[in-house]
Write a protein that binds this ligand. Structure first.
Ligand code: NAD
Length: 332
């Protein structure tokens, strides 16, 4: 039974992984989670403070590229499932310094696949790989990515994620491993690292700093509330068809300037400024190299096959998100 055993979650101290572990352990009292996380600059054990007394939760500080450690964890904890969130995830870092992206995102995924291949022998198991819509490259003004879209990664980050997706796919095709892959759009919500767009906007606004927006602010992203993503992963992990890919999106397409303006409007209401509005702090900065213009997802496959769609409206999701970061940034 997949719902009554121990699962290895990697990168669970990061943004999506930590939201997922809390959601998952709350929902499934018979599942035990081993969280393997290297605690890079992006990982924070405080993201999991709710679980400090949860007997079903074990934290292991370590690297997914460490084959000896990973194999030891499979044997010691009798791992029956893997959800691989661990990654170097920030596109800007991949432009400045791509090496670690190749190591963690490609070699790390390979190490996990090998450990699973060696340990799992014809049992009821599952390997779920978490990936991004960025593997499909950039869209123009129209159209959507689907599971059939061509892989055309444009940044070292998306190329490394694309490579890992291919490795996962090959372990199904070659070894018959029970894998699923999900590719999603930009997530937003609590516990995201300060470096990402939405936390940066809120932090800069409230600290009275310039709110930096790349280029002309016209690059479009689709935004998915992290809790909706967690629900989708849950469904795919248990019910997805082996070897399949599922795309998840929030149906919230906005350009970066609009996102910044919306957030400023929220903060104007919550923490009014004495003179002017927060949008006066928005400043355009030199564009990201190779900046993809637009990502958007057609999530009809997962809706039809697994009954998932994003439920949180962008307004309420952003409202909760702004509240969470205001609390964080006003206390530091
Ligand atoms: P994050 O950067 O917040 O967290 C990544 C976590 O992985 C951190 O806790 C970090 O310490 C850990 N980690 C990094 N290298 C490791 C290694 N070698 N061994 C073990 N742990 C390591 O990332 P996130 O935003 O939570 O993203 C999680 C996954 O979702 C990633 O695979 C990412 O590609 C994918 N994804 C994210 C988004 C998004 O909007 N955040 C969108 C689509 C896909």
């Amino acid at each position: 039974q997949l719902s009554d055993n121990t699962i290895l979650i990697t990168g669970g101290a990061g943004f999506i992984g930590s939201n997922f572990i809390v959601y998952f352990l709350t929902k499934y009292p018979n599942i035990r989670v081993v969280n393997l996380d290297k605690l890079t600059y992006a990982g924070d054990v405080n993201n999991l403070s709710e679980l400090s007394n949860n007997p079903n939760y074990t934290f292991i500080e370590g690297d997914i590229c460490d084959a000896t450690l990973v194999s030891k964890l499979f044997h010691k904890h009798e791992i029956k499932g893997v959800i691989n969130f661990a990654a170097e995830s920030h596109v800007d870092n991949s432009i400045n310094s791509p090496g670690q992206f190749i190591k963690t995102n490609i070699e790390g995924t390979f190490t996990l696949l090998e450990a699973a291949r060696n340990y799992w022998k014809g049992e009821n198991y599952r390997f779920h790989h978490i990936s991004t819509d960025e593997v499909y490259g950039s869209l123009g003004e129209n159209g959507f990515f689907t599971e059939g879209s061509k892989y055309q990664p444009n940044s070292p980050y998306s190329a490394s994620k694309a490579s890992s997706d291919f490795l996962v796919r090959s372990y199904h095709h070659t070894y018959g491993m029970n894998v699923v892959t999900s590719n999603c759009s930009n997530n937003y919500g609590p516990k995201q690292h300060d470096e990402k767009l939405i936390p940066t906007i809120i932090k800069s606004a409230i600290k009275g700093l310039k709110i930096p927006i790349y280029g002309n602010g016209k690059n479009v992203r689709d935004w998915l509330f992290v809790e909706d993503h967690c629900k989708g992963i849950d469904l795919i992990y248990f019910n997805g068809v082996a070897g399949e890919t599922y795309l998840l999106g929030g149906n919230n397409e906005y350009d970066n300037l609009t996102i910044a303006e919306k957030i400023c409007e929220f903060i104007d209401l919550k923490v009014p400024k004495s003179n002017g509005g927060y949008r006066d702090q928005i400043k355009f900065v030199e564009d990201r190299l190779g900046h993809d213009f637009r990502y958007a997802i057609d999530a009809s496959k997962i809706k039809k096959e697994l009954g998932w769609s994003a439920l949180e409206s962008f307004h309420t999701g952003l409202d909760k998100t702004v509240d969470w970061y205001l609390k964080k940034y006003q206390s530091i």
